[in-house]
Every structure is written in structure tokens, then in C-alpha cells.
Design a protein around this ligand. Structure first.
Ligand SMILES: NC(=O)c1ccc[n+]([C@@H]2O[C@H](COP(=O)([O-])OP(=O)(O)OC[C@H]3O[C@@H](n4cnc5c(N)ncnc54)[C@H](OP(=O)(O)O)[C@@H]3O)[C@@H](O)[C@H]2O)c1
Length: 405
């Protein structure tokens, strides 16, 4: 039995992970689940899946969870506070950790799992974007096995030569091709995108995901973060990772070899495939995902991304080339800007503008250690909030004024 910890269990990836685990009670034991402050969802997960431990980072929410459960869950020990999410991935009963917290909040627990030598199923792309070199070092020194959960990186991993290891340049590879649905605004004009609402941005055409990553998919920042993630995971420079728009989301990514071969991984757009792949690796197991009917699918389209309408992609590409702390600034500014957009304090194009301003204003030095990463992250968040404050009056008036009135 493999002991599994699911961090971010109440989120989209977390719930999909519990779904896959539940299908294989003979192989996996749920050791622990953790989240931020979703009391009711976590309570229901505790009662249904009976983990040995459960934690909420928010202490007040944890108190509410205790009150909600009463004496119904004697099988589960409840922990609270942000530190509890660093305890769960290091539990001796845990063999495997699903890192599915969203954003920079997932960084420390991901590093803790790597240092503890666990099999690390990495959905939290932000931790690789922010601290790729540190995380890869922690994986090596801790003896951890890193398996990508992002469907694109999982697809690439499946197409690489057998025996490829995270962080090492794969043999015979010319370049990687990350596919991208293009998001909900793929076919919108620049003018229409300028007044896009949060509801429209989170309505992804092919995938059901959390709100932050859904907005990232709409701006194409998600693809930019994935490009940085791919460079870290597969030991390649950004020039060897290309993006191709593929509206159907059937090919999840491709590897081009020096002999002209192009290997692709195809499947229904459902996160349970990469989750099951990583849980069972190097074996295979069922995931509950619908099998692909190629005749019904019929056609697969491809086109180049449009850098004019989707400026976030170009910003991420330039941060990837700059390296060091530049991706930290990019990620932090993006998180703050996306949050402001979801709160209707910023327009959709304002997201790219805020990121650009933060990157221009903040110095991006080298990464010496985790302290540098955390300091750059804090600085960029501060600057991003200042930018949003400065723009907010005019911006929200322009985009949402009539709706609010
Ligand atoms: N969704 C996908 O299909 C998909 C695909 C590829 C990669 N990813 C990546 O996977 C990660 C999770 O994405 P998601 O879509 O599953 O996100 P989500 O649905 O928004 O869920 C986020 C999870 O993180 C927890 N969380 C948020 N802030 C936290 C904090 N400060 N401390 C501890 N936990 C916190 C949430 O807990 P509460 O519920 O208590 O707030 C929730 O469990 C992201 O990095 C995303 O980029 C997602």
C-alpha cells in the first residue's frame, strides 16, 4: 500500500486526485489531506475518505472544522496553521505527496516533500516557476522522484526516452512543443477582450479548473508559466520550448527529436489521466477518464499564438530568458493582478500592464537561496498592489462602470 498525502485536497486537482485514489483502495492509503479554509468541503472529505490526518492552514477555519465534525471523525487527527501543511508531506507514513495548492502558497510544502525524499506529484507549477533551481536541488539531495501533473508536462514526460530524469537534458530531443487551447478568448477581438469579465475568463472551453489557473489560461500566462516549468523540469533553454495553439486540447504536448520524429500524447482533457499516470508510474492503472474516440474527434487544428492580444505570454517568455528572480517577479505580480481582476478591481488587459510595470520597476537579481525568492516575491506583490491602486479608479470605471451602475 502506498501512503498518499494530498495538499490542496479541496481544489480541482485535489478532488480529482481523491477520485482516482478511491478507485484503487487496494493500492493506496490516504494518509493526509490539507487545504486553506474550505471547512465544509474538507469535513466531507474527512468523513468520506477517513485520512489519518487533516489540516487547514487558516486557524479560525480549523476551529470551525473541529466544531463541524464534533466526535464524528475519531479516525482523523486535525492540525491547523500554515506550519501544519509543512508537517503533512514529511509524515513517515507518506510515500507520495500530491502538491496541488494553488500559487506561491504551495512553495514551502512542495520543498518540504522534496527534501523528505517523497515521490512528488507536482501540480503546483508556481513553485517551479519561483524556485526551479532550489526545488530541483531539493529533489536531487532529498532523493525524491518528481513527476509532473500539469497535463502538458506529464505528456512530455510520457514522450521522453525511457529513463529520463527530471532536470537532466533528455537525449536526442530537438525541442518541446507545449499545446495550448487558446482559452475562452482565443477568437475574441482585442476590443472585446478589453472588456472581458471574470465570469467569461473562468469559463474555459475544454477544462474544468480552479479560478486562478482559469484566468491564467485566458491571458495565456498559464502557457508562459508552463514554459518556465518545462525548462526547469526538462533541462532545456526557453528557445527550445515552443507554444502551439491547439483548440481541441486532445494532444497534450509533443517532443520533437533530432531525427524528425514528433511524439505526442493524446487523450480526453481530464486531469485524472496525468494524476493516475503519476500515481501508478512506472505502471499504468485506470483513471475513470472517458476513452478518446478518434473518429468522433475527427480533426485536430494548430495555429501560432497571437502576442498582440495575449501580452502575458511574451512577458513570461522574456522572464524565462532573463532567469534568476525574473520569474519570481512575474509570478507574484500575476497572482496579485489576477486576484484584483477576479475582484473587479482591474480590467483584463490591466493584468499584463501591472505585470509589465512590476517587472520594469523591480530589480531581478540572481537566486542565492530561498530568502532571495521570498524577498523578491514580497517586493513584487507590494509593487503590484501599488500599480493596481494607482490604476483602479480609471480602470474599473472603464470596464465595469456601466455594469455596476
Ligand atoms: N485545475 C487543473 O486542471 C490544473 C491543471 C494543471 C495544473 N494545475 C495547478 O495545480 C494547482 C492547483 O490548481 P487548482 O485548479 O486545483 O486550484 P483550486 O481549485 O483553486 O484549489 C486550490 C487549492 O489550494 C488550497 N489553497 C489555496 N490557498 C492556500 C493557502 N494559502 N494555504 C494552503 N492551501 C491553499 C485551496 O484550499 P481552500 O479550498 O481551502 O481555499 C485548494 O485546496 C495550481 O498550481 C495550478 O496551476 C491545475
Amino acid at each position: 500500500m502506498t501512503g498518499v498525502v494530498v495538499l490542496g485536497s479541496t481544489g480541482s486537482v485535489g478532488e480529482n486526485t481523491l477520485d482516482v485514489l478511491e478507485r484503487h483502495p487496494d493500492r493506496f492509503r490516504l494518509v493526509a489531506i490539507g487545504a486553506h479554509r474550505s471547512v465544509e468541503k474538507l469535513a466531507q472529505q474527512i468523513l468520506r475518505h477517513r485520512p489519518a490526518y487533516a489540516a487547514l492552514a487558516d486557524a479560525e477555519a480549523a476551529r470551525a472544522l473541529r466544531a463541524r465534525l464534533g466526535d464524528q471523525a475519531p479516525h482523523t487527527r486535525l492540525l491547523d496553521g500554515p506550519e501544519s501543511l509543512l508537517t503533512l508531506p514529511t509524515l513517515p507514513e507518506a510515500d507520495c505527496v500530491m502538491a496541488a495548492i494553488v500559487g506561491a502558497a504551495g512553495l514551502k510544502s512542495t520543498l518540504a516533500a522534496a527534501r523528505a525524499g517523497k515521490r512528488l506529484l507536482l501540480a503546483n507549477k508556481e513553485s517551479l516557476v519561483m524556485s526551479g533551481p532550489l526545488l530541483m536541488q531539493a529533489v536531487r539531495e532529498g532523493g525524491s522522484t518528481l513527476l509532473p501533473i500539469d497535463s502538458e508536462h506529464n505528456a512530455i514526460f510520457q514522450c521522453l526516452p525511457h529513463g529520463s530524469r527530471a532536470g537532466d537534458e533528455p537525449v536526442g530531443v530537438r525541442r518541446l512543443l507545449l499545446t495550448c487551447s487558446g482559452g475562452p478568448f482565443r477568437d475574441w477581438s482585442g476590443e472585446a477582450i478589453a472588456t472581458a469579465t471574470p465570469e467569461a475568463a473562468v469559463a474555459h472551453p475544454n477544462w474544468v479548473m480552479g479560478r486562478k489557473i482559469s484566468v491564467d489560461s485566458a491571458t495565456l500566462m498559464n502557457k508562459g508559466l508552463e514554459l518556465i516549468e518545462a525548462c526547469m523540469l526538462f533541462g532545456l533553454t526557453p528557445e527550445r520550448v515552443d507554444i502551439v495553439i491547439h483548440p481541441q486540447s486532445i494532444i497534450h504536448s509533443l517532443v520533437e527529436y533530432v531525427d524528425g520524429s514528433l511524439l505526442a500524447q493524446l487523450g480526453s482533457p481530464d486531469m485524472r489521466t496525468p494524476i493516475a499516470h503519476a500515481l501508478a508510474w512506472p505502471q499504468r492503472m485506470s483513471s475513470g477518464v472517458a476513452f478518446l474516440d478518434l473518429v468522433k474527434t475527427a480533426r485536430l487544428d494548430f495555429r501560432a499564438p497571437d502576442p498582440e492580444r495575449f501580452r502575458c505570454l511574451a512577458l513570461a517568455q522574456s522572464a524565462a530568458r532573463a532567469g534568476g528572480l525574473a520569474p519570481v517577479l512575474l509570478n507574484a505580480a500575476n497572482e496579485v493582478a489576477v486576484h484584483a481582476f477576479l475582484e473587479t478591481q482591474l480590467t483584463f488587459p490591466g493584468i499584463a500592464s501591472v505585470i509589465e510595470e512590476v517587472i520594469t520597476r523591480c530589480p531581478a537579481g540572481k537566486i542565492g537561496g530561498l530568502d532571495d525568492v521570498l524577498a523578491a516575491d514580497a517586493e513584487a506583490r507590494l509593487r503590484a498592489r501599488e500599480c493596481i491602486q494607482a490604476r483602479s479608479g480609471a480602470d474599473s470605471q472603464r470596464a465595469y462602470g456601466s455594469a455596476r451602475a
